[in-house]
Design a binder for this molecule. Structure first.
Ligand code: ZN
Length: 57
């Protein structure tokens, strides 16, 4: 299975199961490694501190 890491929609929250990290611990959009993390409803939400891309882990 291949994943499309281009044209990511930053208004959307991605799911790790559907879009695994291209590089572990790095933002798929900008390759930044610093994230803001929040937990909501038992799920871990990781938001890139640079571009704002959100992914549920
Ligand atoms: Zn980013």
């Amino acid at each position: 299975m291949t994943h499309n890491y281009e044209n990511l929609d930053l208004s959307k929250t991605y799911d790790y199961n559907e879009l695994p990290d291209k590089k572990a611990g790095r933002c798929d959009n900008c390759n930044n490694s610093h994230f803001k993390s929040t937990v909501s409803e038992g799920k871990f939400l990781r938001e890139c501190s640079k571009c704002g891309m959100k992914k549920q882990i």
